[in-house]
Design a protein around this ligand. Structure first.
Ligand SMILES: Cc1cc2nc3c(=O)[nH]c(=O)nc-3n(C[C@H](O)[C@H](O)[C@H](O)COP(=O)(O)O)c2cc1C
Length: 342
């Protein structure tokens, strides 16, 4: 039976430092390995990678969609954007500039690489193996204004910007929407069923699938699946989740809302890229981040939440809290051969 030590060893091997140094040929397999370390909704890793001549195509894997929480596949395409952003930094570390395009016919994200004297390993690149969603409470301290400004800047993209909410009333407003979102989501049997199907209750399950939300990342004890499911039925109530989210939000220094001028697939990819860049920059500054997306996932809440922000006709597409905390155990990834497209 797999142990916690086996789990941690696999996570740390998957997150070994990325390859640096310019050679003539790009190490494409290494680029894909680093792309797979990106965030994805429920850790579904809804992607396949096709390696071509100086390009990598990131394809959606619709077999891994989450129709309840993500009926329009917007989280799925944001996840592809996250992976594409890692490709940019991984290629730069190997001396290549990358251009990212959305192919509307194939619905894929294409990264094309070109040798560049200016491209080199950056802090964001070195943060790829250390980036994680840290779902614990943070230490309540505020962040330096130059760090906040830097995060706001890297969170900008083509038609995308990041709004930072730092005041107590602003955080209280997010708490209120997250609480209402939990009430709606966690009383929906279909939402609960889908969520539980992606939870990995012990190291054996997590290592077998290499995906999903592992109990290990949230500090939960290792349980057989039948027992984990029975316990979650009892403890995952709207009130318990709302209390935990309120505590976690109030322990955070700020909330970042990623907004975009459009709400189509290219915009979702851009938002995913902006989030990944933001979270890499945060990791490079030893700042933690975690999602609190309930106000945008629950369609009935989204317009009200958006009108609570000072938006310029934009849509809110991701919500993330940030602050200081120790690193938590890392999530796992699938084997590279399982994400390669032929
Ligand atoms: C588009 C998108 C939406 C996400 N939504 C949530 C969310 O609502 N709540 C949450 O706790 N994590 C959310 N996540 C984080 C994933 O669960 C996380 O990236 C995944 O479990 C892998 O873990 P890691 O990011 O620590 O490597 C989201 C990630 C993405 C890319």
């Amino acid at each position: 039976m797999a142990s916690i030590r086996d789990y941690d060893r696999a996570a740390s091997d998957q997150r070994r430092p990325g390859k640096e140094g310019a050679g003539d040929a790009l190490d494409m397999t290494e680029l894909v390995r680093l792309a797979t370390l990106a965030a994805s909704s429920h850790n579904t890793q809804p992607w396949k990678f096709r390696i071509g001549e100086r390009c990598v195509t990131v394809l959606p894997d619709f077999a891994r969609r989450c129709p309840v929480v993500d009926p329009d596949d917007s989280h799925l395409f944001k996840s592809l954007g996250c992976a594409a952003e890692n490709l940019v930094h991984a290629a730069a570390a190997q001396g290549h500039a990358a251009e990212i395009c959305f192919d509307a016919t194939e619905e894929t994200v294409v990264a094309r690489f070109e040798r560049s004297g200016a491209a080199r390993a950056s802090d964001l690149f070195r943060a790829i193996p250390r980036r994680q969603c840290t779902r614990t409470a943070y230490d309540g301290s505020s962040l330096a204004s130059d760090h906040l400004k830097l995060l706001e800047r890297v969170g900008q993209g083509n038609g995308v910007r990041t709004i930072l909410l730092t005041s107590r009333p602003q955080l209280d407003c997010v708490v209120e929407y997250v609480t209402r979102g939990n009430e709606i989501q966690l009383t929906d049997p279909l939402f609960r069923k889908e969520l539980v199907s992606w939870i990995r209750f012990n190291p054996g399950e997590a290592l077998l699938t290499g995906d999903g939300i592992s109990g290990r990342t949230g500090g939960q004890p290792s349980l057989p699946r039948w027992l984990g499911k029975a316990i979650i039925d009892l403890v995952l109530t709207p009130k318990a989740q709302a209390d935990a989210d309120a505590r976690n939000l109030r322990s955070s220094a700020a909330v970042a809302v990623f907004v975009a001028a459009r709400g189509d697939k290219p915009a979702w990819v851009e938002v995913g890229r902006a989030y990944e860049r933001f979270s890499l920059q945060a990791a490079a500054l030893d700042i933690r981040s975690a999602f609190v997306n309930q106000p945008i996932e629950v369609r009935a809440l989204r317009p009200q939440f958006e009108s609570s922000l000072d938006l310029d006709g934009e849509r809110a597409l991701l919500i993330v809290r940030i602050g200081r905390a120790p690193l938590a155990p890392f999530s796992l990834r699938r084997r590279l051969e399982d994400v390669m497209s032929t």
